[in-house]
Write a protein that binds this ligand. Structure first.
Ligand code: IVH
Length: 669
């Protein structure tokens, strides 16, 4: 056997074992033997680079190199589905289809609706050549390198099956519950922000610049839609998915062909309970008219097919006992009540704490300690209490009264007009507020001092080394390591990182100082408009209101911030420490007002610049890039293949459409 043949054989065998393990869940060899085989292939590929192949099973480990994603147009647009929530909606859909098909018999294929991110895979000659995210439906990001690391996605189809020369297959990329929980546990230990749900985790992972990181995160994929010019047009959806399954794809589970509404409802009922045992998140059922011919007959609306619909499950609810209400004080002094409950299983994870939002909600629920409460999970990490089972209440249970004083510093709480939250007004000496402001200051999007974290901040604060953000800049190595030689290296690292942060651009300093209601974007707008801290500090409320997007509440909050002596002193100390107190030449360069006050939508595919570059050009010239068309849109910067729905909307609202050349000429003037 030649070397080349040997390499091909090993790849084929490894592909088969991958399939057995990741698609069928039925490995036939030990992990050890698998690794041995993989090592052998790796060695051969290293010695004979002329036989390299991006679709070799060795490539599943990904690369450490940074990549940026190319935007590519979809051959067929990626549409979304209309949502329904109850039985009546389903009956209505069924009836619409029946009428659309003029009484002809039809089948509805029911399947799981996976809650991940959609992906479109293209195969040519049995090889994965491209993986593209949904993007805006017309074009998406080319994430092929990252997708290659997902073990259940075949990189090369087996030679023993008959597949078309070219086809596209679509499905959902997901992070299984087990991977998600392990990932969040690891992030919690490292004090990194947690992912709210597996979908966000999968999405964050897939957009990662390093494919090696994607490989380590253990994503999975289920495929549910086969497309291509060579797919028999007289076929049906069910058979096409079964066919794809036989080619080695992991496809949507539990597919069933239904003839009546009753059968559909039965399917929904069954999976509403059974889905809790699935390894990945699902949020509903998708109903698809089975026959391709009938699908074509029913056609599409601007946004979605008329032949398919999504039924969304009701949010999962659990019932458990409320043991105690505790209160958390945030960096702004806002006090959040938290329900502490008996642990209960909810939507795939164990829950023992839930948000109670504010005093009004507690009063509305008429909450008592010992109550059996209903908890639901929304999009956030923290579930919320949505109701109380009043029937199970017994006598003598104590009513929950919102606290009157700060649990951290004892200051009487206040409630500002028009706001639901209670606040601790003691911003200068309430510990969580002080620590929270410092944590915000060092965070990644602010000063990005990554050698420090909440634990170090807490430690420095406990030891009396820091009381505010300016104190950071006078820390010495000796203080930080507490004269302990063993800790000198890390202390030196921390002090250097703090000193280096003086180079962080002015707009991030504006964000870092933590003016209430001033987020990252507002800080940028303020920095560009006023250009220096002095000008910002001296601005009147009227002048602040002149800045795009800044309303009364934000303007007053900024004005108030700079009227507080304590804040001015901190700013002056930060200035002495060398922080950037005005906008740099670099940031100002090329800055114009040509598009000031204009909202611009970008749509389609461009030849001269990428979408991101156009977005940057819009911002550089004072305009704003917005996502959807409305009557306030100034114009649409349109490339090739602008979506039909957008085009229709633009015409209806009379919004001007501009092409690349026209736009570039406009900003050139
Ligand atoms: S079919 C033209 N099937 O739900 C029909 N979609 O709002 C194309 N999804 O963007 C979609 N599970 O990301 C289909 N079994 C399934 C699905 C599914 C999840 C997602 C998909 C799509 C969204 C529809």
């Amino acid at each position: 056997m030649s070397i080349e043949q040997e390499i091909q054989e090993l790849r084929k065998e490894l592909n088969q074992h991958n399939y057995n393990y990741y698609v069928l869940n039925q490995p036939t060899i030990s992990d050890y033997d698998f690794d041995q085989m993989m090592n052998k292939l790796q060695d051969l590929e290293m010695f004979y680079p002329q036989y390299a192949d991006p679709n070799s099973p060795t490539q599943r480990v990904g690369s450490d190199l940074n990549q940026s994603f190319r935007t590519v147009p979809h051959k067929y647009p990626m549409l979304s589905l209309a949502n329904t929530y109850n039985e009546a909606d389903i009956r209505e859909f069924y009836e619409r289809v029946r009428q659309g098909l003029e009484g002809e018999d039809f089948e509805v294929c029911c399947e799981m609706k996976y809650d991940g991110l959609s992906i479109s895979l293209t195969y040519v000659d049995g090889q994965l050549v491209q993986a593209v995210t949904r993007g805006d439906g017309v074009q998406g990001d080319d994430v092929t390198a990252n997708v290659r690391t997902i073990r259940s996605i075949p990189l090369r189809l087996s030679e023993d099956v008959n597949y078309p020369h070219e086809f596209e297959i679509r499905g959902e990329i997901l992070m299984p519950w087990t991977s998600f929980e392990a990932l969040n546990a690891e992030r919690e230990a490292n004090e990194e922000p947690l992912f709210a749900n597996p979908r966000n985790a999968a999405s964050g992972t897939l957009k990662s610049q390093k494919s090696s990181l994607v490989a380590s995160r253990k994503l999975d994929a289920y495929l549910y839609y086969l497309l291509g010019d060579e797919i028999p047009s007289d076929g049906n959806h069910y058979d096409s998915i079964k066919l794809a399954e036989s080619w080695g794809f992991k496809v949507t589970q539990g597919m069933r062909k239904c003839k009546t509404v009753e059968e559909i409802l039965e399917f929904i009922d069954y999976w509403d309970k059974e889905r809790k045992n699935l390894p990945v998140a699902t949020d509903g059922i998708v109903l698809k008219v089975n026959s391709f011919r009938q699908q074509r007959h029913l056609g599409y609306t601007a946004k979605s097919p008329r032949w398919a619909i999504a039924y969304k499950f009701k949010a999962e609810r659990a019932c458990t006992r409320l043991n105690e209400v505790t209160y958390q004080v945030g960096r702004t002094g806002a006090v959040t009540p938290v329900a502490n409950m008996d642990p209960v299983q909810l939507a795939g994870t164990q829950v023992k704490r839930a948000s109670l939002h504010n005093a009004d909600i507690i009063a509305e629920l008429d909450l008592h300690i010992g109550d059996m409460v209903y908890v639901e999970k929304g999009g956030e990490i923290i579930p919320k209490v949505v109701g109380v089972d009043k029937d199970s209440r017994t006598e003598g249970m104590q009513k929950v009264e919102f606290i009157k004083t700060c649990p951290e510093c004892g200051a009487p709480l206040v409630r500002y007009e028009g706001e639901a939250a209670h606040y601790c007004p003691n911003d200068s000496s309430c510990p969580p507020q002080i620590k929270g402001r410092i944590e915000h200051f060092i965070s990644r999007k602010a000063m990005n001092i990554d050698s420090l974290g909440p634990e170090t901040v807490d430690d420095f604060y406990q030891r009396g080394l820091i009381h505010n953000v300016a104190d950071l800049y006078s820390l010495t190595v000796a203080q930080v390591c507490n004269y302990n030689k063993n800790r000198e290296v890390s202390a030196r690292k921390a002090v250097t990182a703090i000193q280096n942060s003086v180079n962080v651009p002015f707009e991030r300093v504006v964000f870092a100082i933590g003016i209430r209601f001033v987020g990252e974007t507002t800080a940028k707008l303020l920095a560009r408009h006023f250009k220096s801290m002095d000008a910002l500090a001296n601005a009147s409320v009227e002048q602040l209101l002149e800045v795009d997007k800044i309303g009364q509440v934000i303007a007053e909050s900024i004005w108030r911030y700079f009227r507080d002596e304590k804040n001015l002193e901190i700013i002056s100390r930060l200035r002495e420490a060398g922080l950037q107190m005005s906008i740099s030449e670099e940031a100002m360069e090329g800055q114009t007002d040509i598009l000031a006050g204009q909202s611009i939508v970008i749509s389609g595919v461009f030849a001269k610049h990428s979408r991101d570059e156009y977005k940057a050009l819009i911002e550089k010239n004072g305009g704003k890039n917005v996502g959807s068309i409305s009557k306030n849109t100034s114009f649409i910067l349109a490339g090739e293949n602008m979506g039909p729905a957008k085009l229709e909307k633009a015409e209806k609202l009379g919004v001007k459409i501009m092409n690349e050349e026209e736009f570039l000429t406009l900003i050139d003037n």
